[in-house]
Design a protein around this ligand. Structure first.
Ligand code: DGY
Length: 323
């Protein structure tokens, strides 16, 4: 590879819709393993790089920037969430940071609705019972769940994904939508939704879906007190970041049956160890963070991510810069 090409470390193989282009633009080293590079491997691999393509499972902080040295111009995260990156430190060093907004909105909203339905109708334990040979007969009072039609959904974080979930539930099931948001959002039509306090949302909603990003303000924002406000029949869904919910409090709440069930695509940590108490709870459905896992979404994420890197390496504004 020519010495004049910029050097880039890519922390995992991403779809070729982006990677092929990057490999013809830069001198790329792609981490070949299924698991992320360890800390020492990451620090060694970034040395002298001009660009870094990271995943949400890579902690990118001052130590990484220091190891890379002054050549590092751009970090492009293969995710919309950037809580794994020290943005303040990046800005202080003049390193541009990019992410992949918009293109995963529908895929993630679909998973939120899938979790909501699955948790509300006990799809997972019911299917497990068939596999376990426990399906004895049709039972008038067996596997009773709750209907969606006409119920109230509370959306925590009314950004792109929160709105996409609200649209699906309001349009498809005629649900009333309540939401909390840090800012007064312009909601695209057609969406009738009422902005309320978190307390009112938790008290009145039959379904609560979490879509806020993870920051110091939102870490643990759904704790014991908040869970205690939820209806005993409610379902809690999280497709944002696991640490927004206090998981110890959630274990205790689900054991008490209030809320009735939870559907989580995200946990803290990831992966959640199989012996974690949430994993063993029959009323908690956990997915391995697959919100954006569709062919189209991941291809589009790879394209934006690589555009961000190439633009940043050229010293141009990124296609999707994190402010
Ligand atoms: C993101 O992009 O932040 C999702 O959590 C993974 O696609």
């Amino acid at each position: 590879m020519s010495a004049t090409l910029p050097r880039v470390f890519v922390t995992r193989r991403i779809p070729s819709s982006g990677l092929d282009r990057l490999q013809s633009f830069a001198d790329c080293v792609v981490w070949p393993e299924r698991l992320p590079p360890g800390r020492d491997e990451l620090l060694a691999a970034v040395r002298g790089c001009h660009g870094l393509l990271s995943l949400l499972s890579d902690r990118i902080d001052a130590e990484v920037f220091e190891a890379a040295g002054p050549s590092l111009k751009v970090v492009s995260n293969f995710a919309v969430g950037v809580n794994n990156i020290d943005l303040v430190e990046a800005a202080r060093r003049g390193i541009a940071v990019g992410n992949t907004p918009d293109v995963l909105t529908d895929a993630t909203a679909d998973i939120a609705v899938a979790l909501l339905l699955a948790a509300a109708r006990q799809i997972h334990p019911a299917a497990d019972s068939v596999r376990a040979g426990e399906w004895l007969t049709w039972e008038p009072t067996g596997w009773l769940g709750c209907d969606l039609v006409g119920r109230t959904v509370g959306i925590i974080g009314m950004g792109r994904i929160g709105q996409a979930v609200a649209r699906r539930l309001a349009g498809g099931w005629g649900m009333k939508v309540l939401y909390v948001s840090r800012t007064d959002k312009e909601l695209g039509s057609p969406l009738a939704a009422e902005r309320v306090s978190l307390e009112r949302l938790l008290t009145e909603s039959d379904f609560v879906s979490v879509h806020t990003d993870l920051s110091e303000q939102t870490r643990g924002m759904i704790g014991a007190a908040q869970l205690g406000l939820m209806k005993p029949t409610a379902v809690l869904v999280n497709t944002s970041r696991g640490a927004v919910i206090d998981q110890d409090a959630l274990v205790a709440a689900l054991r008490r049956g209030r809320p009735m069930a939870a559907g989580l695509d995200v946990t803290e940590p990831e992966p959640l160890p199989p012996e974690h108490p949430l994993v063993g709870l029959g009323n908690c459905l956990i997915l391995p963070h697959i919100g954006s896992a569709t062919v189209a979404a991941r291809d589009a994420m790879a394209e934006i991510c690589v555009d961000n890197l190439i633009f940043g390496l050229r010293g141009e504004p990124l296609r999707a810069a994190v402010k």
